[in-house]
Design a protein around this ligand. Sequence first.
Ligand SMILES: Nc1ncnc2c1ncn2[C@@H]1O[C@H](COP(=O)(O)OP(=O)(O)OP(=O)(O)O)[C@@H](O)[C@H]1O
Length: 236
Amino acid sequence: MPPAVLVSGLTKRYGGVVALDGASWQGSAGAVTAVLGPNGAGKTTMVECCEGLRRPDGGEVRVLGSDPWLASATHRARVGVMLQDGGLPASARPVRLLRHLSSMYAAPAPLDPLVQRLGIDRFADTSVRRLSGGQRQRVALATALVGRPEVVFLDEPSAGLDPHARLDVWELVRSLADEGVAVVLTTHSFEEAERLADHVVVVADGRVAAEGSLAEVTGGDRLEDRYFALTRRSVA
Ligand SMILES: Nc1ncnc2c1ncn2[C@@H]1O[C@H](COP(=O)(O)OP(=O)(O)OP(=O)(O)O)[C@@H](O)[C@H]1O
């Protein structure tokens, strides 16, 4: 079976800035792939290429066997996306927004359990503009999951969450993978990667500096120590 996510020799420039310089890695169904790397390493650009939001300059990206840049609406409905800034409409109320999104899918996830699991019921009628950063983050995560996707891309899903909410998100992400979903998340948290990831991708200067299971990447060291050894020279 082809991997759920395939990135091979991916390159992307913004004018004179080389954001991706031949990155290659794979993500599997039923596994959490954590992408780590310093600010500016190219993580968001890489994930946006996988989401079909950016067109690569070179190399290959396949998600569920399709080129995401050219993918059909049917393909997009199989892929969940949580963007770093949420991208939520400011005047929307969380549960109404989720109900609306849910109605666009042929086989959406049951909404009430998702809403309760992420604690969204506690601020169901507050407009997005009045939500705290962490509350907004939870709504953004729910929007990525409402269509019952086979692959989800989560850009820093637990950034800014309090410890309880972080645990809730980790449990939810783990259960998604256990149900067979391919989860790809970016993170700056070693704890998050160590607790959650079946597969770790360390990006530095637009290239993959290491990829594999946690044990393969760390070689028995702490992830933090290995990460610093892999990325030290790439930090400006
Ligand atoms: N739209 C853009 N126009 C110009 N340069 C960009 C654009 N988006 C990203 N870049 C540059 O590309 C490089 C990679 O950025 P990217 O956002 O992919 O990194 P990242 O690893 O996600 O960083 P962070 O951890 O800060 O989110 C950086 O040098 C950034 O300044």
